[in-house]
Design a protein around this ligand. Structure first.
Ligand code: ATP
Ligand code: MG
Length: 335
């Protein structure tokens, strides 16, 4: 079992990234280890280039994300933690796979359509080609499982299609088709201002998300001001199905407390948000405060984080080299 997953250093790392991705990875680390497997987590800095980003911001975010992962419990001794750029095999395999993937396949990718919007002609080629680099990211290590959110399922399916076509075209059994690992426990966290939208890095409103770097006051204040309704909480989760804001806050509470949503609703049944929000704010400060403090400490020690990423990149490069070479040879390239 080999698990590979990445996160883009595009800024404002938030509670959704933590509960929906990083915390899940931390939980899996021990399970994968117990199963004799290996976990690899990388900062997808090359994917970060597909939409314009200030070079200084990209650089700083790379350190911030590495710090967040370590502070949250990704242990660089137990998992391989690295950044994509330092393993050039990602880019090299990506070019080779560009010749396997079909234009028609990429044309069907909904994330490109969403992100490019009306300005398709003005979108970067990188944004269009992003799924092929993502395929390279996982096929390079013969990943067996890839933790993905809903938004990445289509891309993983493409990676599987690319692997299958490569194997068929060259009549080999070389590329492994990875399985998606969709954690049932991974919650989808919504914006605090509009619960019909997901909490995201790119939302211009800072009040819509809890940033992992927020101080205790900011965390408490954002929960206090979170949009809700005047109704008290019902008796069970089902009572909240038409109240997305209320449901979102309960989901966050349960995920932070490692409890079920039903359990949380039962505890606060009949109470209004005047009581629930301060409890949520206290819980969030208690859980996120120590992570933030460690993040701040690590971010201030860039050489230490840099050394961890370099060490992880060396390990990843060693794992990547034989597969890249076999792909090159299979395709007839002189290596
Ligand atoms: P962007 O708005 O730039 O796409 P993002 O907030 O969606 O940023 P990504 O880097 O695309 O962040 O995603 C990193 C990881 O966090 C992915 O595994 C994704 O599924 C997860 N994730 C992102 N937003 C949420 C959310 N609101 N709730 C749960 N998981 C999330
Ligand atoms: Mg996203």
């Amino acid at each position: 079992m080999r698990v590979v997953s990445g996160i883009k250093p595009t800024g404002n790392l938030h509670l959704g990234n933590y509960l929906g991705a990083i915390k899940q990875w931390v939980g899996m680390q021990a399970q994968i280890e117990a199963a004799g497997g290996e976990s690899m987590y990388f900062i997808a800095d090359l994917h970060g280039l597909t939409e314009w980003i200030e070079p200084r911001a990209l650089h700083a975010n790379t350190f911030e994300i590495a710090a967040a992962m370590i502070a949250s419990g990704i242990d660089p001794k137990r998992s391989i933690l690295f950044n994509q750029t330092r393993v050039p095999a990602h880019s090299e395999l990506s070019w080779l796979l560009n010749n396997v993937a079909r234009v028609g396949w990429l044309n069907r990718m909904t994330q490109f359509k969403d992100k490019a919007g009306k300005n398709r002609e003005g979108a970067s080629v990188g944004l269009y080609d992003y799924p092929v680099l993502m395929a390279a990211d996982v096929l390079l290590y013969s990943a067996t499982h890839v933790p993905v959110g809903e938004d990445q399922k289509q891309h993983l399916e493409l990676a599987r299609d690319i692997a299958a076509k490569f194997n068929q075209d060259y009549d080999v059994e070389l590329l492994v088709q990875p399985e998606p690992l969709v954690s049932k426990a991974a919650p989808r966290i919504m914006s605090l201002r509009d619960a019909t939208q997901k909490m995201s890095k790119s939302n211009p409103s800072d009040a819509a998300r809890i940033n992992l770097i927020d101080d205790d006051d900011a965390i408490a204040q954002k929960f206090r001001k979170a949009k809700t309704d005047p109704e008290p909480l019902g008796e069970k989760l089902d009572d909240l199905k038409d109240r997305p804001e209320a449901k979102n806050l309960v989901t966050i509470f349960a995920a932070l407390a490692d409890r079920t949503t039903d359990d949380v609703v039962a505890e606060y049944a009949g109470q209004g948000f005047g009581a629930f929000k301060p409890a949520l704010a206290d819980l969030a400060v208690a859980k996120l405060g120590p992570i933030r403090d460690e993040m701040v400490r690590l971010t201030a020690d860039r050489p230490a984080v840099d050394a961890i990423l370099r060490e992880g990149s060396n390990r990843a490069a060693t794992l990547a080299a034989p597969l890249l070479r076999r792909v090159q040879e299979t395709m007839g390239l002189l290596v």
